[in-house]
Structures are given as C-alpha cells and as structure tokens.
Design a protein around this ligand. Structure first.
Ligand SMILES: NC(=O)c1ccc[n+]([C@@H]2O[C@H](COP(=O)([O-])OP(=O)(O)OC[C@H]3O[C@@H](n4cnc5c(N)ncnc54)[C@H](O)[C@@H]3O)[C@@H](O)[C@H]2O)c1
Length: 116
C-alpha cells in the first residue's frame, strides 16, 4: 500500500508513519513544519520514519501545495496535519479549512465556588 500521511512530523503522524513502514507500506510524509511549537521536536519526530528506505518526506504547506502530484498513485491518505495544541488553537483560532482537524478551543478551567 502507498500511503500519504499529512502532519508526518507531528506527534501522531510520525508514529503512524513508523507503524505503516514496519507493516511494509510505502509512505510519503508531508508537513510544513509550522512553528507553533519547536520545529526541532518535529525533526526529532521524523527520525523514526527516516530510518526506512520506503519513507520519503515532502516539506509542503497543504494550504498552497499542488495536491494532485502529491496524491498520484496513493491508496490511502491519513490527514493528521493540524494545529492541535490547545494554546496554539486558542491564541490563533482556525482561519481555514486546513484547521479543521484542530482541537476545539480549550474550555476555560471550571470556576471555583467563591466563599462569601
Ligand atoms: N496528540 C494527541 O494526544 C492527540 C489525541 C487525539 C487526537 N489528536 C489529533 O491528531 C492530530 C495530530 O495531532 P498531533 O498531536 O500529532 O499534532 P502535532 O501538532 O504534533 O502535528 C501536526 C502537524 O501538522 C503540521 N501541519 C499543520 N498545518 C499544516 C499544513 N497546512 N500543511 C502541512 N502540515 C501542517 C504541523 O507542522 C505539525 O507537525 C490532530 O488532529 C489532533 O487533534 C491528537
């Protein structure tokens, strides 16, 4: 199977890539390296899948990238690209359909009952 994993440098996406590669699949990882948390962590996340020859990586922003060549010959797409951290979502709310996989804005902490 040839799979495209978006958000491949993220926490979930990188682990999914490694799992699929261990299963013998060909994996194309796509990520734009958004900077709402340290991109060095994303480099580290990619260390797992990059050990497999069947893995290739495309640094691309899905909001602007040509999707047709990216998806050519693909059997399945795992769409995990997102702005998923609560703080990032709250400070920079969704502005596009790509943000559709974002977590919902975090609920404020429950109010404490005040003592009179
Ligand atoms: N981490 C968890 O515990 C958890 C639990 C349940 C569900 N999820 C969901 O799984 C998904 C991934 O979560 P995660 O923790 O791996 O997030 P993450 O922030 O670690 O990874 C998301 C990746 O998407 C990339 N990205 C964002 N916008 C992009 C764009 N326009 N083009 C290309 N790449 C883009 C980012 O650079 C990032 O590397 C989210 O939808 C999240 O809500 C996560």
């Amino acid at each position: 199977m040839r799979a495209v994993v978006t958000g491949a440098a993220g926490f979930i996406g990188s682990h999914l890539c490694t799992y699929l590669l261990e299963c013998g699949d060909v994996v194309v990882g796509v990520d734009s390296f958004t900077d709402y948390y340290d991109p060095a962590l994303k480099e580290r996340n990619l260390g797992g899948p990059k050990r497999y020859p069947a893995f290739s990586f495309r640094r691309a922003d899905l909001l602007t990238a040509e999707l047709a060549p990216l998806l050519d010959g693909t059997d399945v797409v795992f769409h995990l690209a997102s702005r998923s951290r609560c703080t990032a979502t709250a400070s920079r709310p969704a502005t596009s359909p790509m943000s559709g996989t974002s977590s919902p804005p975090c609920a404020p902490p429950p109010a404490r009952a005040s003592r009179a």
